[in-house]
Design a protein around this ligand. Structure first.
Ligand code: NAD
Length: 489
């Protein structure tokens, strides 16, 4: 059992609103206990971040970067323990959890490199003896809210850019996956981070999350999660004109042209769907295959899917772990039932596996559906599970039209060898990320950005860092003489 306190102002505290059990999606067993913050504790965390910000923002960026490199090293030191926590609270396979922790440390290393790269601009003045410049300054206090599907990596994705920019942070993990974030909080302190720079408060979205979004003392809200929650957060943030950055859901099309390397396309479509049991915002959610190779693709995809092992996430041979929760499992089952009622053919799976790997886990078999129409809910709503709807198309125009017919606009995939096709798809797909002949994950130096309901803003790389900085324009008269006339024109 893992029981950690919340990090507020450099101290580890129990929750004044009690605690909540954390359960293992593979067994249903309780594996930890997490504090439930009171609204007063949320206010204390925000106040601590506010107090800590001026000194942290004035520290030389290189000094901030050195602490971040120490954090990256400590995450690497504790990598196996952190990966185990991620498996226990979230249910992804141990292989995937190790990858997640690798990412969690890489974000700190990567953003530490920006210590010497946050730059401004010098502009000519309209007057002699004057200089104008625009400098980048921290936004101040950042409120960060993250989901359950990457409970450790998303801590780093939010905290690392906020820190190097000179901000202080109050972060809320998902209420059901707080353990890895709370372990990371210990590492932040061990690395020598001053009190108040990072505060981690745990608890439910409707209480702790809303307290963050309603605060008038937060300068930026960055949230990763579902579309409905994103919209709710934005509406509340509007009351204080707090800027928001929202990384929301996806419904990625995965287009396979007739000239694609079919083996690569099949393996990639499977990887991109089944990773983390289908619970990734950039997952292949709609496989679109040229009609001339449709049945061949489906047969190969099913054959490949049958080789994948559904089982206990700590078993190194497991490819697909459990769904995250009972509610998530039942949501996927309902979506499949609805598709079947609408005429879909179940070509593989469509049920919980027999025998179940454990009686208490949230298991679902890899499932392949065909016989679909583009407007069916299974092709328009995020599934977030190991279910693969495969749809034929007859020409590229049709594939592009189906792909763009979506409220989501995060990632898209294309498999072809034909350069004019590649360029046409890149030009005409209305998605923030296009992967050609490869799958994710996205790169640290890229820009993870969704169009339409998939979000607002974007994470990662130099463009992601921009959200954590604001600009200040300085007009300096160094002439020693008269000030400029009011209007030069
Ligand atoms: P969710 O929206 O239910 O929860 C996300 C976070 O918001 C949690 O910490 C939750 O406690 C909090 N929250 C809930 N209600 C709130 C409220 N009223 N006010 C403030 N905070 C509140 O999402 P989830 O189920 O945890 O995550 C799955 C979703 O996240 C999927 O849609 C997935 O596509 C998306 N996601 C997107 C990205 C991306 O980068 N675009 C990455 C990972 C996950």
């Amino acid at each position: 059992m893992s029981t950690e306190g919340m990090l507020i102002d450099g101290r580890f505290l129990a929750g004044e609103a009690g605690s909540r059990p954390v359960t293992d999606p593979a067994t249903g067993e309780t594996v930890g206990e997490a504090p439930e913050a009171s609204l007063g504790q949320v206010s204390q965390a925000i106040a601590a971040a506010r107090r800590a910000q001026p000194a942290w923002g004035q520290l030389a960026p290189l000094a901030r970067g050195q602490i971040m490199q120490r954090i990256a090293g400590l995450i690497r030191r504790d990598a196996e323990a952190l990966a185990m926590l991620v498996v226990r609270e979230q249910g992804k396979t141990i292989k995937e959890a190790r990858g997640e922790i690798g990412g969690a440390s890489a974000f700190f290393d990567y953003f530490a490199e920006f210590a010497r790269r946050i730059q401004g601009e010098i502009l000519p003045s309209d007057f002699a003896g004057e200089q104008i410049w625009i400098q980048r300054v921290p936004v101040g206090v950042v409120g960060a809210i993250i989901p359950w599907n990457y409970p450790a990596a998303l801590v780093s994705r939010k905290v690392a850019p906020a820190m190097i920019a000179g901000n202080t942070i109050v972060l809320k993990p998902h209420e059901d996956t707080p353990l890895s974030a709370l372990h990371m909080a210990r590492l932040f302190v061990e690395a020598g981070l001053p009190a108040g720079v990072v505060n981690i408060v745990t608890g439910r979205g409707e209480t702790v999350g809303e307290a963050l979004t309603e605060s008038s003392d937060i300068d930026l809200l960055t949230m990763t999660g579902s579309v409905p929650t994103g919209k709710r957060i934005m509406a509340r943030a509007a009351q204080n004109l707090t800027p928001v950055s929202l990384e929301l859901g996806g419904k990625a099309p995965f287009i396979v042209m007739q000239d694609a390397d079919l083996d690569l396309a099949v393996r990639s479509a499977a990887t991109s769907r089944y990773m983390n049991c289908g619970q990734v915002c950039i997952c292949n959610e709609r496989t679109l295959v040229h009609a001339s190779i449709f049945e061949d693709f489906v047969d190969r995809f099913i054959a490949h899917s049958r080789t994948l092992k559904v089982g206990l996430p700590l078993d190194e041979a497991t490819d697909i772990g459990p769904k995250f929760s009972r509610a998530e499992l039942e949501k996927v089952e309902a979506m499949v039932a609805e598709a079947v009622a609408g005429g879909a053919d179940v070509r593989l799976g469509g049920t919980r596996p027999t025998p179940l790997p454990t009686p208490g886990g949230h298991w679902y078999s890899p499932t392949v559906l065909t016989g679909l129409k583009p407007d069916m809910p299974i092709l328009t709503h995020e599934i977030f599970g190991p279910v693969v709807p495969i749809l034929p198309f007859h020409d590229l125009e049709e594939a592009i039209a189906i792909s763009n017919q979506s409220r989501y606009g995060l990632s898209a995939y294309l498999f072809t060898r034909d350069m004019p096709t590649i360029m046409k798809v890149i030009n005409e797909l209305s998605f923030g990320e296009v992967y050609v002949n490869r799958v994710g994950p996205e790169a640290l130096q890229g820009f993870h950005v969704g169009y339409r309901d998939s979000g607002l803003g974007g994470d990662d790389g130099a463009h992601g860092l921009e959200a954590y900085l604001r600009k200040k324009t300085v007009y300096l008269n160094y002439s020693g003489g008269a000030t400029a006339p009011l209007m030069p024109y």
